[in-house]
Design a protein around this ligand. Structure first.
Ligand SMILES: *Cc1c(COP(=O)(O)O)cnc(C)c1O
Length: 402
């Protein structure tokens, strides 16, 4: 059939052969996916391994990344979501119903806690907090359907006894979901914990952090090993219209191959910096699971037997440094930029008043303003120099104004 130029701009006049090999896989962008014929339309099912029926259900681009993430985490199935938080919320809405109860560690990623408390008010879902360093504080009832784990915990970086919590949850038939953003599938395998090879049921990963690695792309992933559970999550994923952009997927895919190298580099720099931080007189406590007196250090050693840790370290300033002094410290930093998130090349800093963020006892933490450093890919000596000059500045200003 001969076609006019107007139509040729929509239907390519000569289909260029598609079969070339490239280092990165081809990028598909799709809302509509064209069926070969009506048989293909009628013979599909939403649980098909690769359901090519509409853009929200996935394209070769999204399935390729999902398969890579599943492999990296030690799981089988993976769903992608537009942000880490959206992946978390999908788990909460798929696994919890009216009258159910969920347990969360007191140091859980803040927006997850906030979302659950919102569900509690509006949908009658019970939310209970446990201390991640004390398994006895997790007291499941017959209503308990889900427990969240996070290793290490947000901001204060306590490392939980993952093995002990999994054993207890399984004894009570409670579904386990781990926020695995910190470990990134590199520090430990969430589907192979301890000598009994225990596995979490669900691992969720903010790909925004290390898989992206650029501080520029938002995405989340949910990894499972059980097909029924995957289908339960997949159904909610489809119902809620959760989808990611092919362009964003391609960006993450491009960074994924260097993630392990970057993680090791972030880890080494953070190790060096953490040791230096422990020698500074203005901090009451330095929090990094690798440090022997950091809360949960023994659990980190058990879980992360390869000795790896993410590039996050927090300090608690001695109580004599009030909010204004700590703000002045953060404002004085040159290389560390003030901003949320982590996993990119640029080091970041954020300050927190922990007393306003925790419901349970925090006697394992010093009293004072907490500052979290997210370590980028700069030279460690430059980062140390930057913190040293900012500390010097507030030291001298507090001497001037006692
Ligand atoms: C950043 C983060 C999230 C959320 O990811 P977004 O993509 O920013 O929504 C969830 N959990 C942890 C531990 C995180 O650090």
């Amino acid at each position: 059939m001969k076609i006019t130029p107007q139509t040729a701009l929509i239907h390519a006049p000569r289909n260029a052969p598609q079969s070339i090999s490239t280092v990165q896989p081809p990028l598909y962008r799709a809302s509509t996916i064209i069926f070969q014929n009506t048989a293909a339309l009628y013979n599909r099912h939403w649980t098909d391994d690769y359901d090519y029926s509409y853009g929200t259900h996935g394209t070769p681009t999204t399935y390729t990344l999902a398969d890579q993430i599943a492999l990296n985490e030690g799981g089988k199935y993976c769903l992608l979501a537009p942000s880490g938080l959206s992946a978390i919320n999908l788990i909460n809405s798929a696994c919890l119903g009216h009258g159910d109860e969920v347990w969360i560690p007191d140091n859980i990623y803040g927006p997850n806690k906030e979302h659950l408390h919102d569900l509690e008010k509006r949908y009658g879902i019970g939310v209970q907090s446990y201390n991640c360093l004390d398994i006895d504080s997790f007291q499941p009832s017959v209503r308990t359907k889900l427990i969240w784990l996070e290793a290490a915990g947000s901001v204060s970086l306590e490392f939980p006894d993952i093995h002990g919590l999994l054993v207890k949850a399984k004894q009570h038939g409670v579904l386990t979901a781990l926020d695995n953003t910190w470990g990134a599938g590199l520090a430990f395998n969430p589907f192979d914990i301890g000598d009994e090879h225990l596995a979490v049921d669900i691992s969720v990963h903010a790909l925004t952090k290390y898989p992206s690695g650029g501080g520029d792309i938002l995405m989340g992933a949910i990894v499972t090993r059980d097909l029924d559970l995957h289908h339960r999550l997949l159904r909610m994923h489809a119902l809620q219209g959760i989808a990611v952009s092919g362009d964003d997927v391609a960006q993450i895919q491009r960074s994924l191959s260097s993630m392990r190298l970057r993680y090791q580099q972030h880890h080494q720099t953070t190790q060096k910096l953490s040791t230096w931080l422990t020698q500074q007189s203005m901090f009451a406590q330095v929090l990094h699971p690798m440090l022997p007196d950091s809360p949960g250090h023994v659990h980190w050693k058990q879980s992360c037997s390869n000795g790896l840790a993410a590039g996050l370290v927090s300090v608690i300033f001695k109580a004599e440094y009030n909010l204004n002094a700590v703000r002045a410290f953060c404002d004085q930093l040159q290389l560390f930029k003030l901003g949320f998130s982590w996993g990119g090349p640029m080091s970041l800093v954020m300050l927190y008043q922990l007393t306003q963020m925790r419901q349970l006892d925090t006697s394992h933490l010093a009293k004072g303003i907490l500052v979290r450093f997210c370590i980028g890919l700069e030279h460690p000596d430059d980062l140390i120099q930057d913190i040293a000059q900012a500390l010097e500045k507030i030291k001298s200003s507090s001497n001037n104004h006692p």
